[in-house]
Design a protein around this ligand. Structure first.
Ligand SMILES: O=C(O)CCC(=O)C(=O)O
Ligand SMILES: [Fe+2]
Length: 275
């Protein structure tokens, strides 16, 4: 069973994301059985399949050692439980608004020798280096993305523990490799730990120089008005939606009512009137 996080720790984490360094580590949240189950499923889905990834790092010849498993919610109840852990629901509702949604739930498995990623932001997705594509003056005056990252192995400096730059979310710019290298720290932790951070924090996975694999689960959470990275409504199995808790319904945006045809709602032609 996952560990219950105290109100005090929730408050500390919320403050760290809103006004502090931009991230917070909860150590040993998920137990050995949950971690083993999650690893087994991720291994099954990625032993023979690489999976598309958007951060190749400099060593694209070794990219086959970085494995992605997308859409975890369809792959095991353990992920359905993890995605709605109470700490995630409580902290992110304070930062993103209480009807925040999920944009993606995926695994990043680094086999021995896997290269690291280039430093990046998770929101506005991975291409904010292309400033022309974004509204002028975009900054982090409020947060349009929070991330959860669950370590499914012990994370060490050697096996590629996630690197972050404290306070970088306040800069609102995409990191350069040099600026990142000058300031990063690695979030080493026991397996089953959960890192939460705001998507504008500069971060990346580091190279796995150990002789064992190292896996993370990445959750993207967004305010209800932000377009999610993946179309979960279309990809999550109907059985999972049918048995979803209120929290999962919220995360999947099942009860959100837009875009809507307001012209029809106005004239009373459509379902709009019943809402
Ligand atoms: O696995 C990690 O340490 C981080 C992965 C990540 O930041 C990403 O894929 O966006
Ligand atoms: Fe990331």
């Amino acid at each position: 069973m996952a560990r219950i996080i105290s109100a005090k720790e929730i408050e500390l984490a919320t403050n760290a994301l809103m006004d502090g360094p931009g991230f917070f580590m909860f150590e040993s949240v998920f137990d050995e059985q949950e971690v083993a189950q999650a690893n087994k499923i991720i291994k099954y889905h990625s032993d023979n399949k690489i999976g598309a990834t958007h951060f190749h790092g400099a060593h694209s010849d070794k990219i086959h050692l970085q494995r992605r498993v997308w859409n975890l919610l369809n792959k095991g109840q353990v992920f359905v439980d993890m995605v709605q852990h109470h700490a995630v629901m409580e902290i992110f509702s304070k930062i993103l608004g209480n009807n925040f949604i999920l944009g993606s739930y995926a695994a990043n498995r680094l086999l021995p020798g896997a290269p690291g990623q280039e430093p990046h932001l998770d929101y506005p997705y991975w291409d904010m280096y292309n400033r022309d594509e974004f509204p002028i003056g975009i900054n982090s005056s409020y947060h349009m993305n929070c991330q959860s990252l669950i370590a499914l192995h012990e994370f060490t400096a050697e096996n590629g523990a996630t690197a972050v730059v404290p306070n970088s979310q306040k800069r609102g710019v995409y990191p350069t490799q040099d600026a990142f290298d000058a300031e990063f720290i690695q979030t080493t932790c026991p397996s089953g730990s959960m890192l939460v951070f705001v998507g504008m924090t500069w971060h990346c996975s580091m190279p796995n120089n150990s002789d064992a694999e190292r896996t993370s689960i990445l959750g993207q959470y967004l305010p209800k008005f932000v377009k999610p990275m993946e179309d979960l409504g279309r990809s999550v199995n109907p059985e999972i939606i049918a048995s979803a808790t209120p929290e999962l319904r919220q995360l999947l945006g099942i009860d959100l009512r837009y875009p809507e045809l307001l012209e029809d709602a106005e004239t009373g032609n459509a379902e709009g009137q019943q809402r």
